[in-house]
Design a protein around this ligand. Structure first.
Ligand code: AMP
Length: 219
């Protein structure tokens, strides 16, 4: 597999983008760049950015494009040019996709592929309503689909503190899904035109989905 693969993961909330990005990061050292994780870290640390976006994340609305694009620009500036990466949750609007093209071109880089995770709505609620992560190592779990092997003990690091995202409830999920359908889905035709889209069935167990992704990007 190419060392410095540059990918975008697109798909609905709860579609498995974060889980798969973490697996591929571990396996191939491509860096997962999750704008959602970056915003949550800023909120936790109460930085000026965190204070600005806290309410937006709580309601499931999108953070303004200029703020999000500046965050990604800063991230690219801090990364070696030959670092492979997976953008997870960015771009979410056509304006962000255009800005991303410019940021990459300025740095002499371009995307290898955009993975479109296809997951029907009925899977999404189940995945999101039950998900939680280890506070120490961020390993991801789900009450029904993937609980910890020993109750309240992280399989990976033995940690016993877990976090549930405040926006992972049915009401906010509706707003997140509406945004996905209304805005983010418009990003797909943008990349389709560039011939970058690779469709991946995001249903089924985690390993099966990882294999499907590896297959489409290897081709
Ligand atoms: P995620 O972890 O990707 O589900 O993102 C959580 C929340 O962070 C979203 O519901 C938005 O409020 C915000 N967010 C993350 N990425 C973006 C983005 N690319 N553009 C705007 N808002 C974003």
């Amino acid at each position: 597999m190419k060392k410095n693969m540059r990918l975008v993961f697109m798909g609905p909330p709860g579609g498995g983008k974060g889980t798969q990005a973490k697996i591929l990061q571990e396996k191939y050292s491509w860096e997962q760049i999750s704008t959602g994780d970056m915003f949550r870290a800023a909120i936790k640390a109460q930085t000026p950015l965190g204070i600005k976006v806290k309410e937006i994340l709580a309601t499931g609305a999108l953070v303004p494009d200029d703020v999000t694009i500046a965050l990604i620009a800063e991230k690219f500036d801090s990364m070696p040019k030959d670092q492979g990466f997976i953008l997870d949750g960015f771009p979410r609007t056509v304006a962000q996709a255009e800005a991303l093209d410019n940021l990459l071109a300025e740095r002499g880089m371009r995307l290898d592929a955009v993975i479109d995770f296809q997951v029907p709505d009925e899977y999404i609620v189940e995945r999101i309503a039950g998900r939680y992560t280890c506070a120490k190592c961020s390993a991801m779990y789900n009450d029904k689909l993937k609980p910890t092997k020993i109750p309240n003990v992280c399989d990976e690091c033995g940690g016993s503190e877990f976090i549930r995202r405040p926006d992972d409830n049915e009401k906010v999920l509706k707003s997140r899904l509406d945004n996905y359908r209304a805005l983010t889905a418009l990003v797909l035709p943008y990349y389709e035109e560039k011939g970058l889209i690779k469709v991946v069935d995001g249903t089924g167990n985690v390993d099966v989905v990882t294999n499907r992704i590896e297959k489409v990007i290897e081709n």
